[in-house]
Design a protein around this ligand. Sequence first.
Ligand code: MRU
Length: 356
Amino acid sequence: MIRTIYWENDSVVMIDQKALPLEEIYMTCRNYGEVITAIKDLTIRGAPAIGIAAAMGIALGMLHQSAVSREEFDNYFYRMCDEFAQARPTAVNLFWAIERMKRCFENVVTSDVNNAKRALVEEAIRIVDEDIAINRQMGINGKTLVNSGDNILTHCNAGALATGGYGTALGIVRAAHEEGKDIHVFVDETRPILQGARLTAWEMKKESIPATLITDNMAGFLMKQHKINLVIVGADRIAANGDAANKIGTYSLAILAKEHGVPFYIAAPLSTIDMALQSGDEIPIEERDNAEVLQFHGVRIAPEGVAAYNPAFDVTPHCYITAIITEAGIARPPYEESINLFFKDKFKNENQGETY
Ligand code: MRU
């Protein structure tokens, strides 16, 4: 099993995704600032994993906090949450996890400081455990869309590394493979920083799931030759109407899929859906350092002085999305209605003491 991030000896341990696939190094964060840096520099990345890192980082920060007054303790907590919220803008799971840690803090705020610290650690560990269970459920739901003999195209990394474990899009691939379905995955390399080549290909190899690496510009050619049966990708934020932000290049894939009659699926937990946003136009898109475009693995590939542009995500309009696979079921258009139903059921179940 791939361990992405875990709590050990009152520290946060995570696999260094910058070093993969050449080295498997686990990094220990002993203060919350190190966790924020790890999110910013992509040591840990992928929407659910970013949320988990923030939850653990917040717990870590409070655990090692030695405020002299309760007021100081509370102020420290909220300041730290604000710092985490600045780490990356697009993946809503980051803000979801911060809100969940705030709710936990507010529930224990009247208990003594040591109890409050322990409650935050327990909540962060609960978030990662729940995430793995959610991904497994998404796998069970999603594998019904995969047939033996299928060739699946995926983009970026929506695998164990992007989550607490198992993965969203790759969780479905795993579930189909575990069931004995004869599947094969085409892995988009995912320029500019190659999450597909470095991370998805590594995950597929580790579990002996048949996979072939392609460059991003090959997908159309493969679809034209009927070599792709379905596309499954993850998401960083989904608006209430089903528009979905994911790694740059996803939008082009979705258009290609529609043109060639290939089903295009998004796999994401309900925590990736931002019901506060009516459409994808409202999703903030992160722009990263142009050096990621001007270089390839640290080596300059363009002339000095050339301008570059580096949006890290794009938004796929809902009309290109065949279905959205969640832990609560498979949402189909019109998404306003199908997604809304999932949230209604979720709140109903939570009020009856069940959680997803
Ligand atoms: O910039 P990254 O590597 O954090 O981008 C990750 C993606 O776009 C993933 O596809 C998305 O977070 C879904 S992960 C289950």
